[in-house]
Design a protein around this ligand. Sequence first.
Ligand code: NOJ
Length: 500
Amino acid sequence: MFTFVPLLLLPLVFGYDWGGYVYEEDLLYDHFPGDFKWGCATAAYQIEGAWDEDGKGVSIWDNFVRIPGNIIDGTTGDVACDSYHKYKEDVQLMANMGLKSYRFSIAWTRILPNGIGERNQAGIDYYKNLIAELKANNIEPAVTLYHWDLPQALEDMGGWLNDSVADWFEEYARVCFEEFGDEVKLWITLNEPHETTIQGYGTGTMAPGKHGLGTLVYIASTNLIRAHAYAYRAYHADFANQNGQVGITLNVGWAEPMDPTNETHIEAAETNIQFNLGWFAHAIYKNGKYPDVMRQKIDEKSYLQGLPESRLPQFTEEDSLIIEGAHDFLGINFYSSNLVYPEISDIEDISYYADQDLAAPQSEDWYGSGSSWLKVTPFGIRRILNWAAKEYGDVDIYITENGFSDRQGNIDDLQRIYYYKHYLNQMLKAIVLDGVSVKGYYAWSLMDNMEWAMGYTEKFGMHAVNMSSPDRERTPKESSKWYGRLIAENGYVESVSPCF
Ligand code: NOJ
């Protein structure tokens, strides 16, 4: 049912002290907390290869890449970086940088080839061996259960649009807790559910390639949030003696008001963050419901569009209770920012973007990267950390991804060092000057890999991978050495200039 609240009554939550930004700030020379978790991140489909080896089942990505036109350079992740066979070498790359933690994902179809039911021992062994190798090198595993590679068998039953997916995910999560939980203390249920739904069920640019930008995306988001919460509750009901933590990884760009002195721009920026981070975080970290601004806008637009009910589903009361508070920490993937101002959409436009009534361009003045959406905006990371701390209370935060792409893959990657140097210093300011509880940081990525629909054209790695050689040799880039020195110092030290 619709509930109409006049727009004038919308609570204007101006949580953050907006007021313009300085593009390149002076560095703060200080240290990170002593137990700070420094890491790199990867994902199964992007690095493992061995797509059909040792009993692995078929995922939606194994099929999506085979449809002509889906991947810009016509490549696949069939072999990728071949980490399935080269994981020991990869752990050595991490050890050389002095990493304390490694964030990787489990391929659901290696563990349960059909998504539910029978287990595949060879797949389980692969991850047990990887975890043992990490531990032998004093590197803690941080494990993502779902980084976009849904079993095709489950997609055939509706995938994230089928309400039962929350139970299927819980079953899979339980298997992982049981098999790996003695050694894994940091669990991430879902990686970037925003992209799972927007690109998978909205624009069709990612697997499973469905188109429902104003409709399916909200059905999928509801099931993604439910799935996360079911897995979280399962852990705390039956695996609490493992003493680990369970959270979710959400992506968000910082929304800077185009005119920081204009209240309507500030409100639009706030709306934009609620539609991105709040879409998934609000129910989990606040009150078991979607953000008020989403509820109001989508309910009202659905009514004006003549639809029989709102395009944004309601959680059942029972699910709301399960979802509210289902977290031990918040994972944030942060890369870039936008400039936001209000712009009323055409009511005929049934889309997640139109639902927001705003425009969110990026400045021509910001440094670019190898990815169209990724502009270099160091100030954004400090701002989003402060925004999240204010909005969700004193929650522990991990930056579970942050990184820079180029197209060259050059070894002397000074642009990447510039990016890390300034973003990480802004994160240091958030911790030391603003008191935000950031516990760890994972650079994306350990090595160049399969960048989804962009294939191998966009390179995010701190190591290059020779994709034209069967051996897929890795070569450290300058950024891996810079990162290693930062980790060794655990902060910014003036005497280490000019490196810092
Ligand atoms: C987010 C995703 O989690 C990861 O898979 C992707 O490669 C990076 N961002 C870069 O786009």
